[in-house]
Design a protein around this ligand. Structure first.
Ligand code: TXA
Ligand code: MG
Length: 320
């Protein structure tokens, strides 16, 4: 594909242009509070097929449907009491719920991979909200990066990975959360992907611990994690000191000699927001200095640290 990818301002004219492109079945990347999404009309087989093609993504992987509010979401999926309670507590925000699909929802089977459930998210970012309202329909939107690579947290990252392959990107600046949404299935409540909403907050709202398990995109055997979020250089985890042949990304105050630091004060929220941009940055430093590895300091495994460690384990997984 060789498109002239437009960069649009998030003003009325830019959003109208983005909505018009989406109505033709074209792809438009847009900011959410987690990462930039690659949006396409979730009702259109052609638009959704273009998403898979632009990302080079395996087709069996189902996509998240983005909607402006709970009322729009209820037209697509069935909500029980638990789902309604979570939607009231955390939407709009970085929580995706996997719910029974309404048979008359009109969502492309390419979005759900033929499952009878659908993943629904109501993003909080004002530009995502404005685009969904201008478009007036459901948007399928995976992260706006080539499959397996680092997710984009600003418009320049989107252009770097998908420029020439998509119609446009709406530039809404840097994403605040920095890691993808938390994905939860219900009956029983099961954490499918740790993400921007800490699992502890869900457990508190539900009054019960979450089961963990079967992400459709993730092999269940440990050590068989799919390579994902991968920069060019090899990634090594749990490094506690600098090393001559690695770019070292620290976390917290005890990382003297680190090339970069996810959060010098040890703040997990700041670290999540910095994660993907720092992986890209470390990759550039590795290239420029001839270092073969990116090494990461240990990150505590609670709150947003769970999402950070999930992404880092995949970035470090063996490449195909
Ligand atoms: O933060 C985010 O969630 C970003 C931004 C752009 O909103 N979006 C995102 O979408 O990460 P995506 O399409 O990459 O997430 C797809 C994942 C699948 O890999 C799978 O884990 C889960 O959502 N998923 C989707 N539909 C599912 C279903 N019916 N059952 C189980 N998991 C599902
Ligand atoms: Mg992704």
């Amino acid at each position: 594909m060789d498109l002239e990818t437009e960069t649009l301002c998030p003003d009325a004219a830019g959003l109208a242009r983005a909505a018009a492109l989406l109505r033709t079945g074209a792809l438009v990347a847009f900011p959410t509070e987690t990462v930039y999404g690659l949006g396409g009309d979730a009702r259109s087989d052609l638009a959704v097929a273009r998403i898979f093609e632009a990302k080079g993504r395996p087709r069996f992987n189902p996509l998240i449907v983005h909607l402006p509010d709970l009322a729009a979401a209820r037209a697509i999926a069935r909500f029980d009491d638990h789902a309604l309670r979570l939607a009231a507590a955390f939407w709009p925000g970085p929580l995706t719920l996997v719910l029974p699909l309404r048979p008359d929802a009109g969502i492309s089977e390419l979005v759900t991979a033929g499952l009878d459930t659908v993943a629904i998210r109501v993003p909080a970012h004002p530009v995502a909200q404005a685009l969904l309202r201008a478009f007036g329909g459901p948007l399928a939107a995976p992260s706006a990066n080539p499959s397996g690579r680092v997710s984009p947290t600003c418009a320049a990252h989107v252009i770097e990975g998908l420029g020439g392959r998509i119609a446009a990107v709406v530039d809404g600046g840097a994403c605040g959360v920095g890691v993808e949404s938390t994905i939860l299935a219900l009956n029983p409540p099961t954490l499918l992907r740790p993400g921007g909403l800490p699992a502890e907050a869900l457990e508190q709202a539900l009054g019960q611990p979450l089961a963990t398990g079967g992400d459709a995109a993730r092999p269940s055997a440990p050590g068989q994690l799919e390579s994902h979020y991968a920069p060019g250089a090899t990634v090594q985890l749990a490094m506690t000191q600098a090393s001559a042949d690695a770019v070292w990304i620290g976390f917290g105050p005890d990382c003297a000699g680190a090339d970069l630091n996810l959060s010098a004060t040890g703040d997990l929220v700041e670290a999540a927001a910095n994660l993907f941009a720092m992986l890209r940055n470390a990759d550039r430093i590795a290239k420029a200095t001839g270092k073969a590895r990116i090494a990461l300091a240990p990150v505590p495994d609670h709150g947003l640290g769970r999402a950070i460690n999930d992404r880092l384990r995949r970035a470090a997984a063996p490449r195909p």
